[in-house]
Design a binder for this molecule. Structure first.
Ligand code: UD1
Ligand code: CA
Length: 450
């Protein structure tokens, strides 16, 4: 299988049925633009080159693909066969194979793409393609098999007879051709069909008429052939990918109380015996330890949780919570915050760029921004770290075992020494020495260390 391989991704369709200002292939499915799935599927085959056929106004697509592939512009959208024709001038070596992928088929697994290549090698026909038996074949090209099981032709919905429409085996839009034969067949394409387009699928008929053989690999999971043409299929694809990811986590020992409602990114890792409730979003590079509980409505974006962490309907982004910490309900932990172990964050508290050492508690309705808190600190309800003076952000440093009474304001920059106490309702404008109690507006020394 070491022979020469070129990959072509078709992505010039205008996505009319999406009714969007953006190119269809840049729409996101389960956290990634559609085209990325096709690119990944092309890349697993390690082709010598990947070409992406893009539409006339596809600067954004070209920018997105960057160095991963060579863009080829199809000025007029005259069909999938016409799209492939645009790449022909680039194909210098006509000895190898060409794999063709559709940019809107984002549910085909990489393993399946590899399996098709192997199948093509074993069958040794002129071309091979992927098919599936689907419950509702409406809108797809139907596979008409010849006696002996090879493919006779592919008939599009609008061109199909009643008998052909009754076929449930459909064309996925993933093919491998012998390059020379593909190029020859493309030259013979005619747009004599209902859509007046040059269909790539018609090359099959040409190959067969010349005595060649085309084999179809029937994939068992019908979801792999879903093409995204409209917003409904976009949602469907999104859901299928999510559920596939969730199944993997389930096999690894994670409980999902209501998997249908969970959004989960491709990079997310979750430890054994963690429970994920309904309507949870786990995104980016989120890593969750063992035996955690992520309660309903939580949204974690690139969060890192240790073991036994409880997140109660809260948001955590770009932040870490150590073992046995808990947050919420409705906490917002963000901006690179790091919580060591057994840290408690209460109802409606917000943390931004805060480092909080083991055993500390940030009570309800508090805001802790740009701060370092030592161990076993108590931040009373409604405390605010006033970190912004209208121009700049300033740091607060709080020593171990400091007690901040409810409704205190710390005007940063400020340092509060170990074991100090701030009375409820104080406004702290100056540093507080270790062990000292301060109170009032502005806070004054009330009691010195004994
Ligand atoms: C196509 C197949 C159909 C198959 C289905 C699978 C043809 C003729 N039909 O139908 O057999 O069952 O996919 O999803 O191939 N494109 C271009 N330039 C064009 C036209 C299309 O680049 O001029 C691209 C589109 O961006 C898309 C892909 O080719 O990524 C498929 O085109 P689309 O119009 O979606 O074809 P379907 O009608 O879905
Ligand atoms: Ca399509």
């Amino acid at each position: 299988m070491a022979n020469f391989l070129t990959a072509i991704i078709l992505a010039a369709g205008e996505g009319t049925r999406m009714n969007s200002k953006f190119p269809k292939v840049l729409h996101f499915v389960a956290g990634e633009p559609m085209i990325d799935y096709a690119l990944q599927n092309a890349e697993v085959l390690k082709p010598q080159k990947i070409y992406v056929v893009v539409g006339a106004r596809s600067e954004e697509v070209i920018r997105h693909i960057g160095k991963r592939a060579v863009p080829v512009v199809q000025k007029e959208r005259l069909g999938t066969g016409h799209a492939v024709q645009q790449v022909v001038p680039y194909l210098k070596n006509l000895k190898g194979d060409v794999v063709i992928l559709y940019g809107d088929a984002c549910l085909t697994r990489s393993q399946t793409v590899q399996a098709l290549r192997q199948f093509h090698g074993v069958q040794d026909g002129e071309a091979a393609l992927l098919s599936a038996e689907v419950e509702n074949p409406f809108g797809y090209g139907r596979i008409v098999r010849a006696e002996g099981g090879t493919v006779e032709k592919i008939v599009e919905e609008k061109d199909a007879s009643e008998d052909e429409r009754a076929v449930h085996e459909v064309n996925a839009g993933l093919y491998i051709f012998k390059a020379s034969l593909l190029v020859e067949a493309l030259k013979k394409l005619k747009a004599n069909n209902a859509k007046k387009e040059y269909y790539l699928t018609d090359t099959i008929h040409y190959i067969i008429n010349k005595g060649g053989k085309v084999h179809a690999l029937l994939v068992s999971d019908a979801s792999e052939v879903l093409g995204v043409n409209d917003r409904e299929q976009l949602a469907q694809a999104h859901r299928v990918l999510n559920l596939r990811r969730i199944s993997e986590h389930q096999r690894e020992g994670v409980t999902f109380l209501n998997p249908e409602t969970v959004e989960i990114g491709a990079e997310v890792a979750i430890g054994q015996d963690t429970i994920v409730e309904s309507n949870v979003h786990l995104l980016g590079e989120t890593v969750i330890g063992e035996s955690c509980r992520i309660e309903s409505g939580s949204r974690l974006q690139s969060a890192r949780l240790g073991k036994g962490v409880i997140i109660r309907s809260s948001r955590v982004s770009e932040s870490q919570l150590g073992d046995d910490s808990d947050a919420g309900p409705n906490a917002h932990i963000r901006g690179g915050s790091v919580l060591d172990k057994k840290v408690h964050v209460g109802t409606n508290a917000e943390l931004k760029n805060a480092h909080i050492a083991t055993g500390s508690k940030v009570g309800h309705f508090s805001y802790v921004g740009d701060a370092q808190l030592g161990k076993d600190v108590n931040v009373g309800a409604g405390c605010v770290f006033a970190n912004y003076d209208g121009k700049n952000k300033h740091q607060s440093t709080i020593g171990d075992k400091v007690f901040l009474g409810s409704n205190s304001t710390l005007v940063a920059p400020v340092i509060i020494g170990k074991g100090a106490v701030v009375g409820a309702g104080s406004v702290v404008t100056k540093n507080v020495a270790p062990g000292v109690t301060v109170i009032g507006v502005p806070a004054q020394v009330f009691r010195k260390k004994k």
